[in-house]
Design a protein around this ligand. Structure first.
Ligand code: GAL
Length: 650
C-alpha cells in the first residue's frame, strides 16, 4: 500500500465537519492521516490537567473508517499557559530579545522545564493510545528547529558549555580550535563562553560553527528523549519526525537520519525550477534513508502562504509533483493539510479539501491521485539506484555562513542546487552523500561546494578516486579544516594533490563581472590565480588562467573548476565527467525518467513530462495502470506522467 493522506487538524472544526471529513477521506482513498500535531492546548488545557475527549473521538472515528493514525506528540506547539508560567523557557534571539508565546515552537531547546513538560504530555498520549487500533506510527514533534533552531538564552549558554567540554576536554584545546589568539579572545574560564550573541562586529567563526553544531544536537537530544520514551511504551510502533531535506539548513540531518525510522520529510515548491528543487529534496530524503523507501510527510495541493508571492499549482502539477516523489523512492504521499483552515496564520495555505468545497480542481485531483496511488501499490518497497552522488555537509554550509568571506555571492546551497540541476537536466539520477560516508556504490562524485572538509572526508574522497571513481570539485572547496581554520600551503588545501592544482590567490568577481572560457561558456562569482601542478588544463579563461582541469589519481580522475560555471559550461563539464565515469546521460529536456526496482528484478520506469509538449521516451513493458503494451517507445503527453512496469530482464 502506498500511504496517502495528510495532516488532519480536527480541533479547528465541529464534529459535523469531522463526519464529512472521514467520508471524504474514504472517497479520496486516504488511508493515513497525521493527527494531534498542534493539539497540546486541547490535550492539556491547564498545566497538569489532561483531557482526551477530542482525541479519543478522533482516533475512534479514524479506526471506524479504516484510516490509520500517524499520531503526533504535540510538543511543537506549547500552549499559552506554558510561556505564561515559564517565561524563562521561551527562546531568546542573538540580540537578547525573548520571544513571546502566541505562535508555535515557542520554547528554548535547552530548557529543562520544556523537556519535562514535553515528555509528560508525550507520555500521556502514548499511554492513552498505546493499544488503539488506529495507531500506525508516531509523528514526533513537527519539523524540529523550523522556527527555534538557535536559542541564545542563559540556559542555552550553560548547555553549550557542557557540550563544548565534551567536545574539547580542555580550554586550551578549545582556544586552539577557535583561534582565540586573534582579537584577544582567549578564554581563561569556561564560564566566560557565550553563545554567539550580538557583538560589535564579527563573532569568532569557530564559536559560531560549534554553536550551530550544538544547536542541532540539542534538538536531536529532544527527539531522542521522546522517541525512547515512546519505544518503552509502544515497542514496535515506528517513530519518525518530519525533516525538511533540502529545504532547511539548521539541523544536521545526517545525524538525525540514523535515529528516525522511517525517514520522513516535507517539501514545498520554491525557486525558479521548482521541480528540480523537489527532485533534490526527494533524492536527499532517499539518501538520508540509506536508499530505503521514505515518507513524504507534507507537501501542498496548491499554493502555500509563506512566500512573498504564492503561486497556485497549475492543473496536473500536484499529481506530477506527487509522482516525482514516488519515483524517487517515497512510499507515502501526504499533504499539509487535509482541510484548508478557516482561521489562523495558515488560512491561505491550500489543503486537500479547499475552502471552496469538492466541486473544485483541487478535490478532483486529490481523488484522482488517491486512485492512482492505489493502482501503483505494487511499487511499494522498491528502491532507486544511483551511480552518482552530490556531496553535502552541514558543517561546511554553516561555516561558510560566517559573514567574513572573500565574497558574499558564493552561496554553497545555491551552488549545490545548480550543479544538482545540471545532473538532473542530463538525466542522471543521483544520491546526496556525506563526505565521510560510504561512497563505494558510486561512479561519480560531484563536490559543488565543500568549503570545510575534515581530513577523514578528504581521505575518503581520495580513496574513491584512487579506486577508479571520477570526482568533480567546485571552487572554494577543501579550504578549511573542521574548526574553520585555513589549510595552509596553497589552496584548495585538502584537494590540492587530488586535483593536481595549486591556487595562490582568490579573485572573486564583482556583480555583473564574468570570465569567458576559450571552449565556450562563462563563469561568474569566483576566479582564482591557479596553476596546474600535475593536472591537465582542459580549458582556460580568456586571460589564459586554468578554468577547468583534469588530474589522474590512481585508477580514477579528478576534475576541478576554478569558477562558478554558467549553464552552458556546466552542461559541457557534466557531459564530460559522466563520460569519464561511465555514467549514462539522456537528452529529453524537461522529461524526468527515474526507475524503481524490487530486489526480485521487477522494475518500474516513471516518466514525468514537465514541458508543454508531448514527448516520446524509450521504454518497454506495460503501462501501470492500464496494462497497455509499450514496445520501445512511450509517449507522455504534455504535463502528464506515465509509469511502465518494465519487461523482466531476458
Ligand atoms: C510546514 C509545517 C506545517 C505547515 C506547513 C505550511 O513547515 O510543518 O505545519 O506550517 O509548513 O507550508
Amino acid at each position: 500500500m502506498i500511504v496517502y493522506g495528510g495532516d488532519w487538524n480536527p480541533e479547528q472544526w465541529s464534529e459535523e465537519t469531522w463526519a464529512e471529513d472521514v467520508a471524504l477521506m474514504r472517497e479520496a482513498g486516504v488511508n493515513r492521516v497525521s493527527v494531534g500535531i498542534f493539539s497540546w492546548a486541547f490535550l492539556e488545557p491547564e498545566e497538569g490537567r489532561f483531557d482526551f475527549g477530542l482525541l479519543d473521538k478522533v482516533m475512534d472515528l479514524l479506526h471506524a473508517n479504516g484510516v490509520q493514525a500517524c499520531l503526533a506528540t504535540p510538543t511543537a506547539a506549547p500552549p499559552p499557559w506554558f510561556g505564561h508560567t515559564y517565561p524563562e523557557a521561551l527562546p531568546v534571539d542573538a540580540d537578547g530579545r525573548r520571544l513571546y508565546h502566541g505562535s508555535r515552537q515557542g520554547f528554548c531547546p535547552s530548557s529543562p522545564i520544556y523537556k519535562e513538560r514535553a515528555l509528560r504530555i508525550a507520555e500521556q498520549v502514548a499511554r492513552r493510545y498505546r493499544d488503539h487500533p488506529a495507531l500506525a506510527m508516531w509523528h514526533i514533534h513537527n519539523e524540529y528547529g523550523c522556527h527555534n533552531a538557535r536559542c541564545h538564552c542563559d540556559a542555552s549558554a550553560a548547555a553549550f558549555r557542557v557540550w563544548l567540554r565534551g567536545r574539547y576536554g580542555t580550554l586550551d584545546a578549545l582556544n586552539d580550535a577557535w583561534g582565540t589568539a586573534f582579537w584577544s579572545q582567549r578564554y581563561s574560564d569556561w564560564e566566560q563562553i557565550l553563545p554567539p550573541r550580538a557583538t560589535p562586529t564579527f563573532t569568532n567563526p569557530g564559536q559560531q560553527l560549534d554553536f550551530r553544531r550544538f544547536s542541532s544536537d540539542a534538538l536531536l537530544d529532544l527527539f531522542r528523549a521522546e522517541r525512547d520514551l515512546l519505544a518503552g511504551i509502544t515497542p514496535g510502533v515506528p517513530a519518525t519526525t518530519n525533516l525538511m531535506a533540502g529545504m532547511h539548513w539548521e539541523m544536521d540531518y545526517w545525524s538525525f537520519a540514523p535515529e528516525v525510522d522511517p525517514v520522513a520529510t516535507d517539501h514545498y515548491l520554491i525557486g525558479e525550477d521548482p521541480h528540480i528543487h523537489l527532485a533534490f529534496s526527494a533524492d536527499f530524503a532517499r539518501s538520508l534513508s540509506g536508499g530505503r523507501p521514505w515518507l513524504l510527510m507534507e507537501h501542498s495541493t496548491s499554493g502555500v502562504n509563506w512566500q512573498g508571492y504564492n503561486r497556485a499549482k497549475r492543473p496536473g502539477e500536484m499529481l506530477r509533483n506527487s509522482v516525482q516523489h514516488l519515483a524517487r523512492g517515497a512510499d507515502a504521499i501526504m499533504f499539509f493539510q487535509w482541510r484548508a483552515s478557516r482561521a489562523g496564520a495558515e488560512k491561505w495555505h491550500s489543503g486537500m479539501v479547499p475552502h471552496t468545497g469538492t466541486d473544485t480542481k483541487i478535490w478532483r485531483e486529490v481523488t484522482a491521485l488517491g486512485a492512482l496511488l492505489k493502482d501503483l501499490a505494487e511499487v511499494e518497497g522498491s528502491t532507486v539506484t544511483a551511480d552518482a552522488a552530490v556531496l553535502l555537509d552541514y558543517a561546511s554550509v554553516w561555516a561558510e555562513d560566517h559573514p567574513a568571506q572573500p565574497t558574499a555571492d558564493h552561496d554553497p546551497v545555491e551552488v549545490i542546487r545548480q550543479w544538482y540541476g545540471a545532473l538532473w537536466k542530463a538525466g542522471v539520477t543521483c544520491d546526496v552523500a556525506h563526505p565521510e560516508g560510504d561512497l563505494s556504490a558510486y561512479k561519480l562524485l560531484v563536490v559543488p561546494a565543500l568549503y570545510l572538509i575534515s581530513d577523514r572526508g578528504a581521505a575518503n574522497i581520495e580513496r574513491f578516486a584512487a579506486a577508479g571513481g571520477t570526482v568533480l570539485v567546485g571552487p572554494y572547496s577543501g579550504i578549511v579544516d573542521e574548526h574553520d581554520r585555513v589549510r595552509l600551503g596553497g589552496y584548495p588545501g585538502a584537494f590540492r594533490d587530488l586535483l593536481g592544482v595549486t591556487v595562490e590567490e582568490f579573485f572573486p568577481l564583482a556583480a555583473g563581472e564574468s570570465v569567458t572560457l576559450a571552449g565556450g561558456g562563462a563563469g561568474t562569482v569566483w576566479s582564482e590565480l591557479a596553476r596546474a601542478t600535475t593536472a591537465k588544463v582542459l580549458d582556460v579563461h580568456t586571460s589564459g588562467e586554468p578554468a577547468w582541469t583534469r588530474n589522474a589519481w590512481g585508477d580514477g580522475t579528478a576534475h576541478y573548476l576554478t569558477t562558478l560555471p554558467d549553464g552552458d559550461l556546466l552542461g559541457r563539464v557534466v557531459a564530460e565527467v559522466c563520460a569519464d565515469a561511465g555514467v549514462g546521460t539522456t537528452s529529453h529536456p524537461g522529461v524526468e525518467l527515474v526507475r524503481r526496482a524490487h530486489p526480485d528484478g521487477r522494475s518500474y520506469l516513471f516518466a514525468i513530462n514537465h514541458t508543454e509538449a508531448g514527448a516520446t521516451v524509450p521504454a518497454t513493458g506495460v503501462t501501470l495502470p492500464g496494462g497497455l503494451p509499450v514496445d520501445g517507445a512511450l509517449t507522455v503527453p504534455a504535463g502528464e506522467v506515465r509509469v511502465v512496469r518494465e519487461a523482466p530482464p531476458a
